[in-house]
Design a protein around this ligand. Structure first.
Ligand code: GLC
Length: 718
């Protein structure tokens, strides 16, 4: 397609139409009258709507083809529409939420899941997914931590890269374009709330928060979404320094930039734009292309050009990027692309995809505590399955796209399928409601627990409590759930607490009397099967925390890679008596469970790390070796983690930073030597000179099974 020629033939109205994105519902209206309502809310006419260049939100291949036919027929140059959707952790077959996928520390798994989602989405008419979300998140009060990869830069970059590779592949028929979001630093709002304020130094932005977006652009992500938040008072949709100077200028991103939903207009609410025209001008001059679900540019472009506030060349450049993506997806040749109603029926929820979802859910679960309770024997006669999440498909997760709780294997179904001869008593006992304090159902549950051989207690937060607009000021379980846990664990010591949720929760209240705690997150369509596999030993838990679990919400934001402070507490795990040090008087400084932590059903022993040289030159590399032994009597997989500390810099440096990780599978008594390569590049940061560089001096390498349980070896950069 000769895009420049096409643009030359288009009217201004057609061109700015390509930069307007509307919801699919606009085009499914049977009559113009039905369309008038939504259109009028955007101050456009029903006819204007048909100039839209892209659509978000629709249901399947048939609707996509219907909308495509309708809009193309109305468009003067019959330009195909680009179809976008939030395919966040699966399309119809839903795998665990992205925060759980990050806990697998398995890049290949993350890529495989994204590729599976892309295939189902492609046959269902999706061309672009608004994923991966890569916002570094260190505040579990934020409901959207479930969508990202947690607190760490290295893990976040690798998960971003894996997701883009999985979705986009070679941009073949079963691939879709990815859209990395939310640019930038949306996970760092000052109090964990959405649509809010971020304020940090540019140095911190570059050193931490921008890195995963950069990893996605390095992986050739085709689209990027700017975020709702302000940074130092400037809404990101209107942030020229971010979008034009950094993203396009420094990183060379030549893809499409789309705003978040209505974010152009919301610059007015932020008080950073006076009216639609001002918002459109600021967003366009910042470098924005597509305006999602508002029409400020569509309505004001002509006047803005006539007033010299934007240029038609800016519009042409933006339209070029949008049409280039449509061309790369083959939409000019085949506007339906891969949409196919029969393929949709055959591929979506197919057995192979369910198996992938089940394997992922097994690998993402994190065993937080186990005093010999797990795995349960499969020879149990009676299982008591208790709690509000014992038998519900609403463990599939937030943002589950077209995934349905009705297609989800519940914990009860998973256990009954695995143990067909066991009696399984299911007692919800209390509601999942966050404020639930009705404990009248507990006595009946206690009776069932007392006569069971094994008890599975399913607690946590409902999927509706995570995701956009669902920030919390507390992180505890409800009173009813806490009382239920206390009563059931007292009634039967052979009780495993299984926690569902989209964020790290405050489990401090139940930890002391729980013999085993397994974090299942929001595990997707096969969550119940995976849970049964893990509880009864058909699979070994190998997840490791991608976000710290707090001792209490007052520790927020909490993350392992903090600066040392001038007076670090002597022992971060206790409430220190020492005054005048960086402590709390009413809580430890350490989290309840640290980043990188997780147990298996076996035990592992780590040797001290060794280095191939104790002095590293800038053009050289050193090898770190550590031997890991399975000292238990079951096979197991551990995630060997490598951290580095810069002892002294022109700036204070974190006490440790994850630089690499490798999974190692070991049979009982087997040992393996795991090696890592460290180069000067791993030691770089934005120094006091605001240059991304390393500084000579002492460094420490730390290796171990998590960020807390580490052994150290020193080297020098010379
Ligand atoms: C929402 C979210 C964004 C999503 C978009 C389209 O407001 O912030 O992540 O992709 O709208 O649904």
């Amino acid at each position: 397609m000769d895009i420049k020629k096409l643009i030359g033939e288009m009217s201004l109205k057609e061109k700015v139409g390509q930069l307007m994105q509307l919801h699919g519902n606009f085009f499914l209206a049977q009559t113009a009258a039905e369309l008038t309502g939504p259109a009028s809310r955007l101050n456009i006419s029903p006819d204007d709507a048909y100039y839209a260049g892209s659509v978000l939100g629709f249901n399947g291949a048939e609707e996509m083809m219907q909308i495509q036919d309708t809009v193309m027929k109305k468009q003067p140059h019959h330009i195909p529409v680009l179809f976008m959707y939030d395919v966040i952790h699966g399309y119809k077959t839903v795998y665990p939420i992205p925060l759980a996928i990050a806990c697998s520390f398995d890049d290949a798994l993350a890529e495989k899941c994204a590729a599976m989602a892309a295939k189902e989405a492609a046959v269902s008419g999706v061309n672009v997914t608004f994923s991966p979300m890569v916002d570094i998140a260190r505040d579990a009060r934020w409901g959207r931590v479930m969508e990202g990869a947690g607190e760490d830069v290295t893990l976040g970059c690798r998960m971003a890269n894996a997701a883009v590779r999985g979705y986009q592949g070679d941009m073949g028929k079963y691939n879709i374009a990815a859209c990395v979001k939310h640019f930038a630093a949306y996970g760092a709002t000052e109090d964990g709330r959405d649509y809010n304020s971020v304020d940090m130094s540019e140095r911190t932005m570059r050193q931490t928060y921008l890195r995963p977006y950069h990893a996605a652009t390095d992986a050739k992500v085709r689209m990027l979404m700017t975020s709702f938040n302000t940074i130092a008072g400037l809404p990101c949709a209107g942030n020229k320094r971010l979008v034009t100077d950094v993203l396009r200028g420094e990183w060379g991103f030549d893809g499409v930039v789309i705003s978040d939903y209505n974010a152009y207009r919301e610059m007015i609410r932020h008080g950073a734009a006076s009216d639609y025209a001002d918002a459109a001008a600021k967003a366009t001059n910042a470098g924005g292309d597509i305006e999602m679900m508002s029409a400020t540019l569509y309505l004001s472009a002509e006047k803005l050009i006539n007033d010299g506030r934007i240029t038609e060349k800016q519009i042409d450049d933006a339209v070029y990027r949008v049409l280039k993506l449509k061309d790369e997806l083959g939409l000019f040749d085949n506007p339906y692309r891969t949409a196919d109603t029969s393929a949709e029926k055959e591929i979506n929820l197919c057995r192979a995809h369910r198996d992938t979802a089940r394997d992922a859910a097994r690998k993402c679960a994190v065993l937080l505590k186990n005093n010999g309770v797990l795995p349960f024997s499969k020879n149990v006669g009676r299982v008591a399955l208790i709690g509000p999440f014992a038998d519900t498909g609403e463990i599939i997760g937030s943002w589950a796209c077209h995934g349905s709780p009705n297609d989800t294997v519940t914990v009860a179904a998973g256990i009954r399928s695995l143990l067909p001869d066991a009696a399984v008593d299911v007692i919800p006992a209390v509601s999942w409601d966050i404020y639930a304090d009705d404990i009248t159902g507990i006595p009946n549950a206690v009776k069932a627990a007392k006569k069971a051989d094994a008890v599975v207690l399913c607690l946590g937060e409902h999927q509706s409590m995570s995701g956009e607009g669902n920030s919390r000021a507390t992180l505890t379980l409800s009173r009813a759930q806490t009382e239920l846990a206390r009563a059931i664990t007292a009634a039967n010591r052979n009780t495993a607490v299984v926690v569902f949720g989209g964020r790290p929760l405050e489990l401090t209240s139940i930890e002391p009397f729980s013999g085993a705690i397994m974090m299942m997150w929001q595990p997707g369509t096969e969550g119940g099967s995976a849970c049964a596999d893990l509880l009864f030993g058909n699979a070994e838990p190998e997840g490791r925390l991608a976000m710290s679990f707090p001792w209490c919400v007052g520790q927020m934001p909490i993350y392992y890679s903090k600066l040392p402070t001038a007076r670090p507490v002597p022992n971060s795990k206790i409430i220190t008596e020492n005054t005048y040090c960086s402590r709390y008087i009413d809580a430890p400084v350490a989290p309840l469970y640290p980043f990188g932590y997780g147990l298996g059903y076996t035990t592992f022993e780590y040797s001290a790390p060794t280095v191939s040289k104790t002095q590293l030159k800038s053009n050289d590399a050193l090898t770190v070796s550590v031997t890991v032994t399975n000292t238990g009597n079951r096979p197991g997989t551990d995630t060997v983690q490598l951290y580095i500390r810069d002892k002294t810099g022109s700036l204070s440096r974190p006490v440790k930073e994850l630089k690499d990780y490798k999974k190692v599978a070991l049979s009982p008594n087997e040992s393996k030597n795991v090696t890592f390569t460290v180069t000067e590049n791993d030691l770089r940061y934005y120094t006091a000179r605001d240059v991304y560089e390393s500084e000579k001096g002492e460094f420490e390498i730390m290796t171990g099974p998590d960020s807390d349980n580490i052994q150290t070896v020193a080297f020098e950069l010379i």
